[in-house]
Design a protein around this ligand. Structure first.
Ligand code: NAD
Ligand code: ZN
Ligand code: ZN
Length: 347
């Protein structure tokens, strides 16, 4: 079968032929129907050899949707032909966090060598993939695979981040979304679906701001040196109750710190390498909470897919064949993708 692999540190991803995997005991084989390309893959492919944490070559893709094509011994609860989305941040399955469905917060996964597909384990950018347990599968129940794939990360991650700030997103409040790419364009929709907050979206690209408007942002601003002052103007000098940063660079964190209201939330989702000083006199207004969340819980993925079924969120996508996945990564790197790039491994 074809797979898109990151093979050696510093090289570009390649389309290669590899054997179709076999599901072992308890595992599920999926015929992949759609896989999303995340900016985190580009971050992974920029890490230096000394810090590289995963075995290579590695099949990329941590946003996967597929059709059940084979069951390892002992698997119950799913059947061949079921259409499912893959929950990616696998945990140990036994601890309290996992019992609550918060496998993204499992304290044992790293120690046990449990890694997400596409981030250490063979991922979804292939014709077939193996999932460790049927517990990681959520039925699509009629959702279009290409639409659903981005929801497993580009939808789930902002959903998890926004849910934590819901008490602050009351009528009259403002939420700022920095970076309207794969995650950001779904974040705007989630804010509109879940809260009465006014949504202000920021990006460096004009066409990104057009997408932000199209998916429900009330205001859009170019993310430049004036942006924080504009957010203050729009909020009568108060600032935004919640700033969600989907870039996470030094510049956007400085913008977040300058835009957030007293007692607001700064949520750093982007892994752009920036940091924010926290402490009295550290430059943040009083009582601001700062969080760098990771992905989301199983329960939250079930809920995000339900929002999509209800028509309250949808992925704006560009689709590619598996042969064109390297080109799609190049477009993502150049900031040219509108919404999410999704690969359809079987066309
Ligand atoms: P993307 O490339 O699709 O979108 C990023 C957007 O940010 C683009 O629209 C780009 O134009 C915009 N941008 C770049 N510089 C900017 C600036 N200075 N100000 C405003 N906008 C700017 O990326 P994505 O796949 O949506 O991922 C977003 C970030 O979230 C990445 O850093 C990714 O690695 C990270 N991520 C984190 C988690 C997590 O669990 N914390 C999960 C998924 C992705
Ligand atoms: Zn991701
Ligand atoms: Zn666990």
């Amino acid at each position: 079968m074809k797979a898109v692999q990151y093979r050696t540190v510093g090289s570009a991803p390649e389309v290669v032929e590899v054997p179709v995997p076999e599901p072992g005991p308890g595992q599920v084989l999926l015929k992949v129907t759609a896989a999303g390309l995340c900016h985190s893959d580009l971050a992974v492919m920029s890490w230096p050899q000394e810090q590289f944490p995963y075995p290579l070559p590695m099949t990329l893709g941590h946003e996967g949707v597929g059709t059940v094509a084979g069951l390892g011994s002992g698997v119950r609860g799913v059947a061949e032909g079921d259409e499912v989305a893959v929950y990616g941040p696998w945990g140990c399955g036994l601890c309290r966090a996992c019992a609550e469905g918060r496998e993204n917060s499992c304290p044992h996964a790293a120690g046990l060598g449990i890694m997400p597909p596409g981030l250490g384990r063979p991922g979804a950018l292939a014709e077939y993939m193996v999932v460790d347990s049927p517990r990681h599968l959520v039925p699509l129940k009629g959702l279009d695979p290409a639409q659903a794939a981005p929801l497993t990360d580009a939808g789930l991650t902002p959903y998890h981040a926004i849910r934590a700030s819901l008490p602050k997103l009351v009528p009259g409040s403002t939420a700022v979304v920095v970076g309207v790419g794969g995650l950001g364009h779904i974040a705007v929709q989630l804010l509109r679906a879940l809260t009465p907050a006014r949504v202000v979206a920021l990006d460096v690209g004009k066409e990104k701001l057009e997408l932000a408007r199209a998916v429900g942002a009330h205001e859009t601003l170019l993310s430049d040196g004036e942006a924080a002052a504009r957010v203050r103007e729009l909020t009568d000098g108060i600032g935004a109750e919640v700033v969600l940063d989907f870039v996470g660079a030094e510049a956007t964190l400085a913008l977040a710190a300058a835009s957030v209201a007293v007692a607001g939330d700064v949520t750093v989702v982007g892994i752009g390498g920036g940091t924010l000083a926290v402490g009295f006199g550290g430059g943040l207004p009083f009582e601001v909470s700062v969080c760098a969340p990771y992905w989301g819980s199983r329960r939250e993925l079930i809920e995000v897919l339900e929002l999509a079924r209800q028509g309250l969120v949808s992925s704006h996508i560009e689709t590619y064949s598996i042969e064109d996945a390297p080109r799609a990564y190049e477009r993502l790197h150049a900031g040219e993708v509108g919404g999410r790039a999704v690969v359809l491994p079987h066309g």
